[in-house]
Design a protein around this ligand. Structure first.
Ligand code: UT7
Length: 332
């Protein structure tokens, strides 16, 4: 029997309406549009406003749009995986809440957390369910309301992040398309450079942790940058080498959107020209787990059946990795 592959048969994204510009940020902290554009490449980011709305709201909007766009009934979905570092609550899983919000009832669902690499880890995990032959329609949704853990008095982190979600539908095929290979790595010792100090089981929330502003992202930017720039570039080059893909065989690189300088270095290391590197960091900033699906969604119309796409990410953990995705449909 031929091997089953998991192909992406639809993609949809959602970003909230509110646009937080560099100009507005410069009225909140000591920063400038020039600094943010030169060092990071972000012009604006989206922020989810509104009482009681969390990552599930973002994720549900993306999944609803995906179901509608692909003509899929919620009853046909057998598994939904949500990746997030900003779950609605510690439990239940945000995946369970999204399933309820969109009417998915004949499925099981769970969350994965691999920070900025979360979407790639979940895409591979979901594709293995599809490859088993037992799952016909599976959704992976990456959703992060980063504004819920950003300290808007800290100029070193507040320009970087935004809110958003992206979702894909995976289905089986015996043709040579879809999620064809991956390389994933982790180095948990990197957690000291990028984490949230309180609110977990090590340091539950207390008056002291709130007063010490420990429920926000803590990042040592330069240290993270050094690891990110080498590891993301290496993993993207490594998956090409492993699969004998030359730069001309690669249609697009879709990199995690954390810093334009990291993205440029990754493209250079792969030997591919800048027009093959898909970038939307200027519009949304770093939406953590949502950057890669949001970027594919933004450029979906360019994609053609058979395009070799390299996805590459680096993030908290540290986690990093790359995926070789052969695109399955001509997008209109
Ligand atoms: O997605 C998860 C993984 N995360 C990443 O990949 C992020 C990796 N790190 C980075 O992208 C960069 O390190 C940052 C964008 C976070 C920072 O850029 P940098 O070029 O590494 O800047 P820096 O931290 O070395 O700071 C340079 C200067 C400092 O001033 P002094 O000490 O040279 O006087 C900072 O205080 O820039 C200052 N600075 C700012 N100035 C204006 C830091 N933040 C700002 C700001 N506006 N927002």
């Amino acid at each position: 029997m031929s091997k089953i592959h998991a192909v992406v048969t639809g993609i949809h994204g959602y970003v909230p309406e509110y646009v937080l510009t560099n100009h507005e940020l410069s009225t909140m902290v000591d920063t400038t549009d020039e600094w943010i554009m030169q060092r990071v490449g972000i012009k604006e980011r989206r922020i989810l406003k509104g009482e009681g709305l969390g990552s599930s709201f973002l994720g549900a909007e993306a999944v609803r749009g995906l179901l509608e766009k692909t003509g899929t009934s919620p009853d046909e979905i057998s598994l939904l995986i949500c990746t997030t570092v900003t779950p609605d609550m510690a439990f239940p899983a945000t995946a369970n809440i999204i399933s309820d919000m969109v009417g998915i009832k004949n499925a099981f669902s769970f969350d994965m957390n691999a920070a900025c690499s979360g979407f790639l880890y979940a895409l591979r995990t979901a594709s293995m369910y599809v490859e088993s032959g037992d799952f016909k329609k599976v959704i992976v949704v990456g959703a992060d309301k980063m504004s819920s853990i950003v300290d808007y008095t800290d100029r070193t982190t507040c320009p970087l992040f935004g809110d958003g979600a992206g979702a894909v539908l995976l289905e089986p095929t015996t043709e040579e398309y879809g999620v064809l290979d991956h390389i994933f790595q982790v180095d948990g010792s990197g957690r000291k450079f990028l984490h949230m100090k309180a609110g977990g089981s090590v340091k539950p929330a207390s008056h002291e942790t709130v007063d010490a502003r420990e429920h926000f992202i803590y990042q040592e930017g330069q240290a993270v940058f050094k690891f990110a720039v080498s590891n993301m570039a290496d993993t993207a080059a490594a998956i090409m080498e492993k699969n004998n893909l030359n730069p001309e065989d690669v249609a697009y690189l879709v990199p995690h959107q954390a810093n334009l300088r990291i993205i440029d270095a990754t493209g250079r290391r792969m030997g591919i020209p800048s027009e093959k590197v898909l970038i939307n960091i200027e519009k949304y900033g770093n939406t953590t787990t949502a950057t890669i699906p949001l970027c594919i969604w933004d450029f979906e119309k360019r994609l053609k059946k058979g395009d070799n796409i390299i996805l590459a990410a680096f993030g908290g953990g540290f986690t990093w990795g790359s995926v070789w995705l052969k695109w399955f449909y001509d997008s209109k």
